[in-house]
Design a protein around this ligand. Structure first.
Ligand code: AMP
Ligand code: MG
Length: 344
């Protein structure tokens, strides 16, 4: 077997836009995580995003716009509460699910009559979109699911993309490196259902008065493919501890006894002690710092060959719910494994 050709790394938005204009796929830095972007008007490129990720084709993509002014090109009858949320939070980590225009293809929406839209808060991401528009002579848009294989941990650096998608991209594809993602968790997704705001996926933007559906089950009456209970999983068995009134952490969680030579990795807020023999991956001082390092910590646990990844939740902060959501999905994704550390 020959080694996969390395994915080229770019540092300028102009070069990145050229890749997209030529029908290539681009590892796109956003403030949430790195996306695998394609020109949303190029259906061949859009289809290749699904192939590269191994993503089921009925999982709808989020359309990324360069500015809120392009919203009505994609959406019709945008409910006023969603428009207000967009106005207040764009550019930023908020995705709204709105009725789609007739022309928007089923490849993007997973066959739904709604489309998910956001304007990313990362300046260079919007610059790429704007420059693509100049090259193609349209108001450009990108589809950009996370740049990882389906079911795996989302990338928060360009290096994660290069490693995770090695051998999955083609000549002409590239990754744009703009440093680590600032937020570290995927966007909040909100819809307007039966006259109420409904959070389909919690994220950095919290929404007062919205109903949330964080159980993994889609809310009644809505098909929301992609909201799988098992997701975002590292290979290590994930154990979530939702309480920092810690006595002896190791005995409280029924200390996983790793196979000889395998460690237990720990991510816990600063101030929580590391049990003897465990490998401390981080001591975030607040929920934002926790979110920023969560996915990189899962990867570090796997890189260290850890049998288990123990995560003590932050006690408070706006990102606590999103962190708990991702960790519970990671725990489901890693649960049934008879040998917790078995590579999958
Ligand atoms: P991501 O995988 O981070 O790109 O996020 C895409 C997710 O957004 C999908 O897997 C769905 O869960 C959600 N989504 C996208 N479009 C829609 C839609 N029209 N209705 C409901 N959920 C959607
Ligand atoms: Mg993803």
């Amino acid at each position: 077997m020959t080694a996969a050709t390395p994915i080229p790394t770019l540092t300028s938005a102009g070069d990145a836009a050229e890749v997209l204009a030529a029908g290539g796929l681009l590892g796109l830095p956003t403030e949430t995580v790195y996306g695998l972007a394609a020109d949303a008007h190029n259906l061949a490129a859009v289809r290749r995003v699904f192939q590269a990720k191994g993503r089921p084709i009925d999982h709808p993509l989020i359309v990324h716009l360069g500015g809120a002014g392009d919203l009505d090109e994609w959406a019709r009858d945008v409910p006023a509460p969603l428009r207000e949320l967009a106005t207040a939070n764009w550019p930023g980590p908020l995705t709204i699910v709105v009725p789609k225009r007739e022309w928007v293809p089923p490849e993007i929406t997973g066959g739904l009559d709604t489309v998910a839209i956001r304007v990313p808060g990362q300046d260079v991401a919007r610059e790429v979109i704007t420059r693509l528009g100049r090259l193609t002579g349209t108001s450009a848009a990108l589809v950009a699911p996370s740049a990882n294989l389906f079911g795996q941990v989302s990338p928060t650096t360009a290096e994660h993309v290069r490693v995770g998608l090695a051998g999955r991209l083609l000549p002409g594809d590239a990754v744009l490196d703009a440093g680590p993602a600032r937020v570290g968790l995927e966007s909040t997704i909100v819809a307007w259902i039966d006259g109420r705001l409904r959070v389909l996926r919690p994220g950095a933007v919290t929404i007062d008065g919205a109903t949330s559906s964080q159980s993994g089950a889609p809310p009644p009456g809505i098909r929301a493919p992609g909201m799988l209970a098992a997701h975002y999983a590292p290979r290590a068995r994930v154990i979530v501890v939702d309480d920092a009134g810690l006595g002896d952490l190791a005995s409280r969680i029924g200390q996983p006894s790793p196979p000889a030579g395998r460690s237990v990795a720990l991510l816990a807020p600063a101030g929580i002690a590391t049990p003897a023999g465990w490998r401390r991956l981080g001591s975030p001082v607040d929920d934002a710092a926790y979110a920023e390092m969560l996915y990189a910590s899962m990867r570090a646990a796997d890189d260290a060959g850890a049998a288990a990844f123990v995560a003590v939740l932050p006690q408070s902060g706006p990102l606590r719910a999103a962190i708990a959501d991702r960790l519970s999905r990671a725990a489901v994704g890693s649960a049934g494994s008879p040998d917790p550390g078995r590579p999958r």
